[in-house]
Design a protein around this ligand. Sequence first.
Ligand code: AMP
Length: 284
Amino acid sequence: MILFKRSEDLAVWLAGQRQEDRSVGFVPTMGALHPGHISLIDMSKKTSLSTVCSIFVNPTQFNDPKDFQKYPITLENDILLLERAGTDVLFLPGAGDLYPTGISGLERYDLGYLETVLDGHYRPGHFQGVCQVMRRLLDRVRPRHLFMGRKDYQQCMVVKRLLTLMGSDTILHPCPTLREAGGLAMSSRNMRLSAEQREQAKAIFQTLLFLKENCRPGELGDLTQQAVSRLQERGFRIDYVEIADADTLEKVTRWDGNQPLVALIAAFLGEVRLIDNMSLTPEN
Ligand code: AMP
């Protein structure tokens, strides 16, 4: 695996790939890697001839400064995992490379209602930050294929919109969520949970299953409220439990039995905010 810290050096390598007509797959991350991230590398290796992973803890997407300060960093282990997975390049840019003029007064993206619902509502500025960093990474890597986790369902939709706004021909591949044995979605933030909280956290997956098993055509308000109560009883502070249209993320309060649905949850255990989601109807 080659490690590039500077965009200029990465650009030289990428030019070589283009000359040899080698398709590049890209997996952007914030590090503290786990098998969920590695599954994206595996997908990229199946689809592309070369795979680039980036690790950059992007300051502009943290609406909570404490979350940024406490974001886990495990670079040595990350390098080991990526090498073992057969990653071709690790791009490790510094903040000065991606944001040469600093992080204030940056450009804004028209994300429409996507920025007003769910995490858009509860994490003001978060998706602007995601777009700011993704724009810079995509401009540098110019991948044929981009691999991102469905675990961050709304983020996938935001990045899809960004690609459209950029007029990019990069193909976005939303990939399945990898889970721990008890169903907890793997996440770098799980490292901040105590052993007891990890047990408690399984309730998120169980609640998503509960929603899937009990979702019937008609009013959905009662079902959602039951899900909220289950989580509250298990010690969660809830940002949202919502059933939404899987294609638009618009809230669905009454289901016609045909509309594609996704259930999404964001909830805190102590200081740690966890998100997860599940399709309630067959995925297309
Ligand atoms: P992050 O480092 O948290 O920014 O995540 C980097 C990429 O990995 C994003 O596209 C995430 O959606 C994806 N990802 C995070 N957790 C998982 C998981 N459990 N399964 C699959 N993909 C994941």
